[in-house]
Design a protein around this ligand. Structure first.
Ligand code: BG6
Length: 280
Protein backbone atom coordinates (compact mmCIF):
# COMPACT_ATOMS: atom_id res chain seq x y z
CA UNK A 1 0.00 0.00 0.00
CA UNK A 2 1.05 3.60 -0.61
CA UNK A 3 2.07 5.36 2.57
CA UNK A 4 0.33 8.67 3.46
CA UNK A 5 3.68 10.42 2.93
CA UNK A 6 3.67 9.28 -0.69
CA UNK A 7 6.21 6.57 0.01
CA UNK A 8 6.36 3.68 -2.41
CA UNK A 9 4.22 0.57 -2.20
CA UNK A 10 5.75 -2.56 -0.83
CA UNK A 11 4.80 -6.14 -0.05
CA UNK A 12 5.86 -7.77 3.21
CA UNK A 13 5.73 -11.54 3.58
CA UNK A 14 5.96 -13.13 7.00
CA UNK A 15 7.15 -16.71 7.26
CA UNK A 16 8.06 -19.31 9.86
CA UNK A 17 10.33 -18.43 12.79
CA UNK A 18 9.78 -14.67 12.30
CA UNK A 19 11.36 -14.77 8.86
CA UNK A 20 10.40 -11.81 6.70
CA UNK A 21 10.93 -10.48 3.21
CA UNK A 22 10.05 -6.97 2.02
CA UNK A 23 9.67 -6.15 -1.67
CA UNK A 24 9.05 -2.73 -3.21
CA UNK A 25 6.97 -2.66 -6.38
CA UNK A 26 9.52 -0.09 -7.57
CA UNK A 27 11.97 -2.33 -9.41
CA UNK A 28 10.47 -5.39 -7.64
CA UNK A 29 13.40 -4.66 -5.36
CA UNK A 30 13.72 -6.85 -2.29
CA UNK A 31 14.97 -4.53 0.47
CA UNK A 32 14.93 -6.79 3.51
CA UNK A 33 15.26 -10.49 4.24
CA UNK A 34 15.27 -11.59 7.84
CA UNK A 35 16.20 -15.20 8.52
CA UNK A 36 17.43 -16.91 11.69
CA UNK A 37 16.77 -13.68 13.58
CA UNK A 38 19.07 -11.53 11.44
CA UNK A 39 18.83 -9.14 8.56
CA UNK A 40 20.65 -10.78 5.66
CA UNK A 41 20.54 -7.97 3.11
CA UNK A 42 22.23 -4.60 3.16
CA UNK A 43 20.15 -1.49 2.47
CA UNK A 44 21.97 1.84 2.59
CA UNK A 45 20.71 4.32 5.17
CA UNK A 46 20.91 6.81 2.31
CA UNK A 47 18.98 4.68 -0.20
CA UNK A 48 16.32 6.66 -2.07
CA UNK A 49 12.97 5.02 -1.37
CA UNK A 50 10.87 7.57 -3.26
CA UNK A 51 11.27 6.31 -6.81
CA UNK A 52 13.79 8.98 -7.77
CA UNK A 53 16.65 6.49 -8.19
CA UNK A 54 17.25 2.74 -8.17
CA UNK A 55 17.25 1.46 -4.59
CA UNK A 56 20.77 1.21 -3.13
CA UNK A 57 20.71 -2.18 -1.51
CA UNK A 58 18.67 -5.34 -1.25
CA UNK A 59 18.26 -7.14 -4.56
CA UNK A 60 17.75 -4.77 -7.49
CA UNK A 61 17.03 -6.53 -10.80
CA UNK A 62 19.23 -5.65 -13.73
CA UNK A 63 17.59 -5.98 -17.16
CA UNK A 64 18.04 -5.73 -20.17
CA UNK A 65 21.54 -4.28 -19.84
CA UNK A 66 24.21 -4.89 -17.23
CA UNK A 67 26.47 -1.89 -16.60
CA UNK A 68 26.78 1.16 -18.84
CA UNK A 69 25.64 1.15 -22.49
CA UNK A 70 22.92 2.49 -24.75
CA UNK A 71 20.37 2.38 -21.94
CA UNK A 72 20.79 3.94 -18.51
CA UNK A 73 23.23 1.96 -16.29
CA UNK A 74 21.85 -1.51 -15.46
CA UNK A 75 18.75 -1.05 -17.67
CA UNK A 76 15.22 -0.03 -16.83
CA UNK A 77 13.74 -2.93 -14.81
CA UNK A 78 15.11 -1.65 -11.50
CA UNK A 79 13.46 1.75 -11.92
CA UNK A 80 10.07 0.68 -13.28
CA UNK A 81 7.04 -0.03 -11.15
CA UNK A 82 6.17 -3.73 -11.36
CA UNK A 83 2.69 -5.23 -10.90
CA UNK A 84 1.96 -7.50 -8.00
CA UNK A 85 0.29 -10.63 -9.37
CA UNK A 86 -0.37 -12.16 -5.98
CA UNK A 87 0.90 -13.69 -2.78
CA UNK A 88 0.25 -17.14 -1.41
CA UNK A 89 1.39 -19.76 1.04
CA UNK A 90 2.86 -22.95 -0.30
CA UNK A 91 3.76 -25.64 2.22
CA UNK A 92 6.03 -23.96 4.73
CA UNK A 93 6.90 -21.20 2.26
CA UNK A 94 5.43 -17.86 1.29
CA UNK A 95 5.44 -16.62 -2.29
CA UNK A 96 4.98 -13.30 -4.06
CA UNK A 97 4.81 -12.87 -7.82
CA UNK A 98 5.40 -9.76 -9.88
CA UNK A 99 5.26 -8.88 -13.53
CA UNK A 100 6.71 -6.25 -15.81
CA UNK A 101 6.03 -5.57 -19.49
CA UNK A 102 7.14 -2.95 -21.98
CA UNK A 103 5.69 0.56 -21.84
CA UNK A 104 5.81 3.61 -24.11
CA UNK A 105 9.20 4.64 -22.70
CA UNK A 106 10.86 1.28 -23.20
CA UNK A 107 9.34 0.93 -26.68
CA UNK A 108 10.93 4.28 -27.53
CA UNK A 109 14.27 3.26 -25.98
CA UNK A 110 17.29 1.58 -27.54
CA UNK A 111 15.75 -1.74 -26.48
CA UNK A 112 12.31 -1.38 -28.09
CA UNK A 113 10.87 -4.88 -27.70
CA UNK A 114 7.70 -6.37 -26.30
CA UNK A 115 8.46 -8.62 -23.36
CA UNK A 116 7.11 -10.04 -20.13
CA UNK A 117 9.18 -10.58 -17.01
CA UNK A 118 7.68 -12.75 -14.27
CA UNK A 119 9.45 -12.60 -10.94
CA UNK A 120 8.77 -15.10 -8.19
CA UNK A 121 10.07 -14.60 -4.66
CA UNK A 122 9.73 -17.58 -2.32
CA UNK A 123 10.79 -17.58 1.31
CA UNK A 124 11.05 -20.44 3.78
CA UNK A 125 12.57 -20.06 7.22
CA UNK A 126 16.16 -20.54 5.98
CA UNK A 127 15.90 -19.79 2.29
CA UNK A 128 15.07 -17.08 -0.19
CA UNK A 129 14.57 -18.03 -3.80
CA UNK A 130 14.28 -15.46 -6.57
CA UNK A 131 13.35 -16.69 -10.02
CA UNK A 132 12.81 -14.63 -13.10
CA UNK A 133 11.17 -15.73 -16.31
CA UNK A 134 11.86 -13.74 -19.45
CA UNK A 135 9.39 -13.96 -22.34
CA UNK A 136 9.84 -12.57 -25.81
CA UNK A 137 6.45 -11.14 -26.84
CA UNK A 138 7.84 -9.41 -29.89
CA UNK A 139 7.89 -10.43 -33.55
CA UNK A 140 11.67 -10.07 -33.61
CA UNK A 141 14.30 -11.96 -31.68
CA UNK A 142 16.00 -10.01 -28.93
CA UNK A 143 19.01 -10.34 -26.66
CA UNK A 144 19.83 -8.95 -23.24
CA UNK A 145 22.00 -9.27 -20.17
CA UNK A 146 20.46 -9.60 -16.73
CA UNK A 147 21.49 -9.98 -13.13
CA UNK A 148 20.24 -10.12 -9.54
CA UNK A 149 22.30 -7.46 -7.78
CA UNK A 150 22.29 -8.92 -4.26
CA UNK A 151 23.77 -6.76 -1.51
CA UNK A 152 24.62 -9.06 1.41
CA UNK A 153 24.71 -7.50 4.86
CA UNK A 154 27.82 -8.61 6.74
CA UNK A 155 28.87 -7.68 10.29
CA UNK A 156 32.37 -6.72 9.14
CA UNK A 157 33.85 -6.92 5.66
CA UNK A 158 37.27 -7.66 7.23
CA UNK A 159 35.91 -10.93 8.59
CA UNK A 160 33.87 -11.94 5.57
CA UNK A 161 34.89 -14.57 3.06
CA UNK A 162 33.47 -15.28 -0.39
CA UNK A 163 34.08 -18.81 -1.63
CA UNK A 164 33.40 -20.89 -4.72
CA UNK A 165 35.16 -18.76 -7.33
CA UNK A 166 38.51 -20.54 -7.49
CA UNK A 167 39.69 -21.37 -11.02
CA UNK A 168 37.06 -19.15 -12.62
CA UNK A 169 38.15 -16.66 -15.22
CA UNK A 170 37.33 -13.04 -14.50
CA UNK A 171 37.41 -9.52 -15.90
CA UNK A 172 38.60 -6.94 -13.40
CA UNK A 173 36.71 -3.67 -13.96
CA UNK A 174 38.93 -1.76 -11.51
CA UNK A 175 42.25 -2.84 -12.98
CA UNK A 176 40.69 -3.00 -16.47
CA UNK A 177 42.10 -6.42 -17.21
CA UNK A 178 40.44 -9.51 -18.65
CA UNK A 179 41.08 -13.25 -18.70
CA UNK A 180 42.55 -13.39 -15.21
CA UNK A 181 42.04 -16.58 -13.22
CA UNK A 182 41.03 -16.64 -9.55
CA UNK A 183 43.56 -18.57 -7.50
CA UNK A 184 41.97 -18.28 -4.07
CA UNK A 185 39.53 -20.65 -2.39
CA UNK A 186 38.52 -17.92 0.05
CA UNK A 187 38.35 -14.32 -1.06
CA UNK A 188 38.54 -11.49 1.45
CA UNK A 189 37.97 -7.94 0.31
CA UNK A 190 40.18 -5.01 1.34
CA UNK A 191 39.87 -2.59 -1.59
CA UNK A 192 37.51 -1.38 -4.29
CA UNK A 193 36.66 -4.61 -6.10
CA UNK A 194 34.55 -4.94 -9.22
CA UNK A 195 34.95 -8.27 -10.95
CA UNK A 196 32.92 -10.33 -13.37
CA UNK A 197 33.62 -14.05 -12.96
CA UNK A 198 32.53 -15.92 -16.06
CA UNK A 199 30.89 -19.34 -16.33
CA UNK A 200 31.24 -20.11 -12.64
CA UNK A 201 30.42 -23.80 -12.26
CA UNK A 202 29.34 -24.45 -8.68
CA UNK A 203 27.91 -23.06 -5.47
CA UNK A 204 29.21 -19.73 -4.23
CA UNK A 205 29.01 -18.70 -0.60
CA UNK A 206 29.41 -15.76 1.75
CA UNK A 207 30.71 -16.62 5.25
CA UNK A 208 30.82 -14.48 8.36
CA UNK A 209 30.64 -14.96 12.12
CA UNK A 210 30.29 -18.75 11.97
CA UNK A 211 27.43 -18.50 9.47
CA UNK A 212 27.28 -19.29 5.81
CA UNK A 213 24.88 -18.11 3.14
CA UNK A 214 25.05 -20.33 0.08
CA UNK A 215 24.15 -19.06 -3.37
CA UNK A 216 22.89 -21.73 -5.74
CA UNK A 217 21.94 -20.76 -9.26
CA UNK A 218 20.21 -22.11 -12.28
CA UNK A 219 20.79 -20.81 -15.79
CA UNK A 220 22.72 -17.77 -14.58
CA UNK A 221 26.30 -18.24 -15.73
CA UNK A 222 28.30 -15.43 -14.15
CA UNK A 223 29.00 -13.91 -10.76
CA UNK A 224 29.82 -10.25 -10.13
CA UNK A 225 31.73 -9.42 -6.96
CA UNK A 226 31.57 -5.77 -5.95
CA UNK A 227 32.49 -3.59 -3.02
CA UNK A 228 33.08 0.14 -3.64
CA UNK A 229 35.41 0.61 -0.63
CA UNK A 230 36.15 4.06 0.76
CA UNK A 231 36.92 6.30 -2.26
CA UNK A 232 34.16 4.98 -4.51
CA UNK A 233 31.71 5.15 -1.58
CA UNK A 234 32.30 8.88 -1.36
CA UNK A 235 31.34 9.33 -4.99
CA UNK A 236 27.90 7.76 -4.42
CA UNK A 237 25.23 10.12 -3.13
CA UNK A 238 23.04 7.30 -1.85
CA UNK A 239 25.68 5.32 0.03
CA UNK A 240 27.26 6.24 3.38
CA UNK A 241 31.00 6.85 3.49
CA UNK A 242 31.70 3.89 5.77
CA UNK A 243 28.88 1.55 4.73
CA UNK A 244 31.26 -0.45 2.54
CA UNK A 245 32.32 -2.16 5.78
CA UNK A 246 28.87 -3.72 6.18
CA UNK A 247 28.20 -5.15 2.74
CA UNK A 248 29.39 -7.18 -0.16
CA UNK A 249 27.62 -7.62 -3.47
CA UNK A 250 27.68 -11.12 -4.90
CA UNK A 251 25.51 -10.87 -7.98
CA UNK A 252 24.27 -13.77 -10.08
CA UNK A 253 23.61 -13.09 -13.72
CA UNK A 254 24.36 -13.68 -17.35
CA UNK A 255 26.38 -10.66 -18.36
CA UNK A 256 29.53 -11.80 -20.15
CA UNK A 257 27.45 -13.10 -23.09
CA UNK A 258 23.89 -12.12 -23.92
CA UNK A 259 20.82 -14.31 -23.59
CA UNK A 260 18.96 -14.47 -26.89
CA UNK A 261 15.25 -15.28 -27.22
CA UNK A 262 13.20 -15.94 -30.33
CA UNK A 263 9.67 -14.55 -30.67
CA UNK A 264 7.41 -16.42 -28.24
CA UNK A 265 10.32 -18.04 -26.40
CA UNK A 266 10.61 -18.01 -22.60
CA UNK A 267 13.62 -18.64 -20.38
CA UNK A 268 14.00 -18.78 -16.59
CA UNK A 269 16.96 -18.08 -14.35
CA UNK A 270 17.23 -17.86 -10.60
CA UNK A 271 19.07 -18.10 -7.35
CA UNK A 272 18.47 -19.86 -4.06
CA UNK A 273 20.01 -18.29 -0.96
CA UNK A 274 20.25 -20.54 2.09
CA UNK A 275 21.34 -19.50 5.57
CA UNK A 276 23.35 -22.22 7.24
CA UNK A 277 24.12 -21.82 10.91
CA UNK A 278 25.46 -24.27 13.45
CA UNK A 279 21.81 -25.04 14.35
CA UNK A 280 20.40 -26.08 10.97
C1 BG6 B 1 27.95 -3.56 -10.10
C2 BG6 B 1 28.90 -3.14 -11.19
O1 BG6 B 1 27.19 -4.64 -10.56
O2 BG6 B 1 27.08 -2.48 -9.78
C3 BG6 B 1 29.65 -1.91 -10.74
O3 BG6 B 1 29.79 -4.20 -11.50
C4 BG6 B 1 28.71 -0.81 -10.33
O4 BG6 B 1 30.51 -1.46 -11.79
C5 BG6 B 1 27.74 -1.36 -9.28
O5 BG6 B 1 29.43 0.27 -9.82
C6 BG6 B 1 26.69 -0.35 -8.81
O6 BG6 B 1 26.02 0.20 -9.87
P1 BG6 B 1 24.94 1.32 -9.63
O7 BG6 B 1 24.45 1.74 -10.98
O8 BG6 B 1 23.84 0.70 -8.80
O9 BG6 B 1 25.63 2.42 -8.87
Amino acid sequence: INGPDGSLEKVILHGEDSSLVEIYLFGATITSWKSQGKERLFLSKQAKLDGSKAIRGGIPLVFPQFGPGELPQHGFARTRKWSLIGTKKHGSGVIAQFELTENADTLASKWPYRFVLRYTVTMTKNTLSTIIEYENNDTRKFSFTSLMHTYFRVPSIDHTVVGGLKDSQYADKVKQTTNEVELRDDITIAANEDRVYENVPGVVDVRYGGERVTIKRFNFKDIVLWNPWAEKAQEMSDFGNTEYKEMVCVEVGTVAKKIELRPGQTFSCGQLLTVETADN
